[in-house]
Design a protein around this ligand. Sequence first.
Ligand SMILES: Cc1cc2ncn([C@H]3O[C@H](COP(=O)(O)O)[C@@H](O)[C@H]3O)c2cc1C
Ligand SMILES: O=C(O)c1cccnc1
Length: 332
Amino acid sequence: MAGLHAACVDLPSPDHAASQAIAAREAVLTKPAGSLGRLEELVAWLGAWQGRATPSLERVRIVIFAGNHGVVRQGVSPWPASVTAQMIGNFFAGGAAINQLARIADATLTVIPMADLAPTEDFTTAPAMTIPAFLDAVTAGYAAVDADTDLLCLGEMGIGNTTAAAALAAALFGGTGRDWAGRGTGLDADGVAHKAAIIDIALAHHAACRDDPLVAAQTLGGYEMAGIMGAVLAARHRRIPVLLDGFVCSAAAAPLRRLNPTGLTHTSLSHRSAEAAHHALAGFMGLNPLLDLGLRLGEASGAALAVPLLRAALACHTGMASFADAGVSERT
Ligand SMILES: Cc1cc2ncn([C@H]3O[C@H](COP(=O)(O)O)[C@@H](O)[C@H]3O)c2cc1C
Ligand SMILES: O=C(O)c1cccnc1
C-alpha cells in the first residue's frame, strides 16, 4: 500500500507550452474570443495532457472493468449478480448499449472481467477485498492502459456497485447512507432506504477506513472499481487524458483526488448521472460534467457519448480559418 500511495502522490504535470500554443491559435480563429465555450477548454485540456499543440483523437479506447459484489446478498440491487457475467457475454456479442455507442464514437472497446468475477466479501461484515487482492486489481487496471492511446474512456459493469460506490463516497467525503444511496438499476423508495441502512452498517463496521483513501477503496469498493483507479493512475503517469463515466466510475477514481488535489486534472467527467448523489460527488471531486442526459446505465455509456463532442471541439480548432486567412476583420 505504501508504494501505491507514493505513486498516487507523485504525479506529472500537464504540458503548459502545448496549452499556450492552443490558446494562441484559438485567439486568431474566426469567432469572438471564447465563443466556443467549453469546447475551447476541452481542446486545451487534450493538448496539455497529450503534450501536443495539435491534439489527436485517432486512438480512442474504451475500457470496461467488470466485477461482482458480495453485498448483493443484502438485497441492495433489484438484479441478480449473474447479470454481470451475462452482460459481459452481451458486450462480446455486440448487443449492449456501449457496443452501439463505441461504434458511434469510433473507439475500440475492451472488457476486462476482474478476479474471474468472484464476488468481493460482503462489506457489512468484512473488508470487500484483502490488501493483496486489492493491489492485484489496481495493478491489472494499471496494466490495461495501452501507452499508445490518445483518449481513454472508462466504465464498469458489476451488479451491486452503486452500493459500493455510495459507501466509498461516504467514507471519502463524509455523510451517511442516506446522503449517497440512490435508485441504481431501479430500486423503489423502500429499496433505497434499505440500501442506505446497509451502507451505514458498513460505515460503522469499518469506521477506521475513513482515514486512508486507499484503505477505504479496499474495504468498501470492488475489483472493477480498483481496476478503474489503477487505469486512471496509469493514464496520469503516461499523460493520457481520461473521460470518466458516471457515479460508479467517479467514486472509483475519487481516492486519487483525496490523495492529491491535482490527482484527477487529466480527467474530464463525461456526464452527470441520474443517480441522485452524483451531483454532490462531482462537486467534492471538483469535476464539472459535460453532458446531462438523465443516463443511469454505467458501462462507459456517458464517456462514449462525450467522444463525438471532443471530436467536434477538435474539428473546430484544427479546421477553422484565422481572421487573416479568411479576410475577416478583427474586433475594433
Ligand atoms: C441489464 C443491465 C445492464 C447494465 N449495464 C450497466 N449496468 C449498471 O448497473 C449496475 C449497478 O446498479 P446496481 O447497483 O443497482 O446493481 C452496474 O452493473 C452498472 O454497470 C447494468 C445493469 C443491468 C441490470
Ligand atoms: O452512474 C452510474 O455509474 C450508474 C448508475 C446506475 C446504475 N449503474 C451505474
